[in-house]
Design a binder for this molecule. Structure first.
Ligand code: NDP
Ligand SMILES: CC(C)CCC[C@@H](C)[C@H]1CC[C@H]2C3=C(CC[C@]12C)[C@@]1(C)CCC(=O)[C@@H](C)[C@@H]1CC3
Length: 345
């Protein structure tokens, strides 16, 4: 039976490179590209079909930052496929990034320089905003929409006699100090990206605790620093082009500069090849590239406390409940209004 794989944010960057790599591995896969921008999704599908004309590729509209869109898309998935083998939660945003040049130069001449290049600790802040559901956009996109998707897809992910794998594209920018259980959406801080990625690490551990017995396994990966639309948004593109040779030089000293989307997808691809039961639920799988351009994946232990991951999980369940209640009320109001209009006609 062909494996069914759904990838969010599959129309560009690391998500698209993953699809390309999966198809090179096995043409008998059923790939589903879940995307917000359908024009780019169609282009991505055509590009994949050019290199793999016999591939089975479906498109699915899903704005992972919108509760309604995720619920609709999940219904569609359950109608189309009776089981899901891999769910890659890859879509992500880093809006309005601000780069701290002073911190960069200070870090450059400190003993922390390698860590600074690997994690960008202290270098980046972002300006977030509230979305239509009343949630912080970064939290909604990078974490909550994906959480809701996993919850909705439980019937196709957790099936007797079958294992499934959920893989989060996290980041080495994820940091416990950027996250607070009192402010899970990061309304008050300036590092929503680091916070959302740390939350995904916590959530993955909690998902394993609650779902392993039902055959669903969750892992997190970091693709390293990859030149994609997300990173091009941090500094002007002419600057990136100018410093590209320097980036390749830095790679000699830090294997985290994977740079290409193909290299960045290494850990995602490597997890596809492994038995989910053999993976370490508390490890983050890093895509790394040596100075000679050799790709490999390395597992590193995450800085996670079980009680913290459990509390986050419970808070997300609560949030889900209240958002569903709100949607139901809105739906009821709409129905009542329609009925009223019909009666007054
Ligand atoms: N590049 C890097 O160095 C690193 C990236 N990552 C993570 O990798 C993941 C992929 O990013 P990357 O490939 O770099 O960047 P890209 O910007 O190229 O890709 C991001 C993808 O996410 C999609 N997306 C964004 N918002 C939504 C949404 N609301 N609903 C559905 N899809 C959405 C984008 O689609 P659309 O066309 O609609 O915008 C796009 O396909 C992200 O989670 C990012 O945080 C982690 C560490 C390092
Ligand atoms: C190398 C150049 C001379 C100067 C580039 C400096 C910075 C713009 C980069 C240094 C470390 C980078 C980095 C990221 C973005 C660009 C840098 C800050 C990320 C935050 C991108 C998204 C992620 O998720 C992280 C894993 C990256 C960590 C490193």
């Amino acid at each position: 039976m062909e494996k069914v794989i759904l990838v969010t944010g599959a129309n560009s960057g690391i998500g698209l490179a993953l699809c390309e790599r999966l198809l090179s591995e096995d043409l008998g896969l059923q790939l589903c590209l879940a995307c917000r921008n359908m024009q780019r999704a169609v282009a991505a599908r055509s590009a994949l079909l050019t290199s793999h004309p016999d591939a089975h590729i479906d498109l699915l509209h899903m704005d992972v930052g919108s509760v309604r869109s995720v619920l609709n898309a999940a219904q569609e998935v359950k109608a189309r496929y009776n089981r899901l083998d891999y769910l890659y939660l890859n879509a992500g945003i880093m809006p309005n990034p601000q780069f701290d040049l002073r911190a960069f130069f200070k870090g450059l001449f400190s003993s922390n320089v390698v860590n600074m290049f690997a994690t960008a600790e202290g270098l980046l802040t972002q300006q977030d905003r509230v979305n239509k559901d009343g949630l912080q956009e970064v939290f909604a996109t990078n974490l909550f929409g994906h959480f809701l998707l996993v919850r909705e897809l439980e019937p196709v992910l957790c099936q007797a006699g079958h294992t499934s794998q959920v893989v989060w594209t996290s980041s080495s920018n994820a940091r416990r100090s950027a996250f607070s259980l009192d402010d899970v959406q990061h309304r008050l801080g300036t590092e929503p990206y680091a916070s959302s990625k740390y939350a995904s690490d916590l959530l993955s551990v909690a998902l394993n605790r609650h779902h392993n017995s039902r055959g669903m396994f969750s892992s997190v990966i970091c693709p390293g620093l990859v030149m994609t639309n997300l990173t091009y948004g941090i500094l002007p593109s002419f600057f990136w082009r100018l410093i590209m040779p320097v980036m390749y030089l830095i790679r000699i000293f830090t294997n985290t500069f994977t740079l290409t989307a193909y290299n960045g997808a290494e850990a995602l691809h490597s997890l596809f090849l492994q038995n989910p039961e053999s993976l370490d639920p508390r490890a983050k799988y890093h895509s790394l590239t040596s100075g000679m351009g050799i790709n490999y994946t390395k597992a590193r232990q995450m800085d996670i406390h079980d009680d913290m991951s459990e509390t986050l999980y419970e808070k997300l369940l609560e949030m889900e409940k209240s958002l569903r209640r709100k949607l139901k009320e809105e739906e009821d109001d709409k129905q009542a209004y329609r009925k009223y209009l019909l009666q007054t006609e």
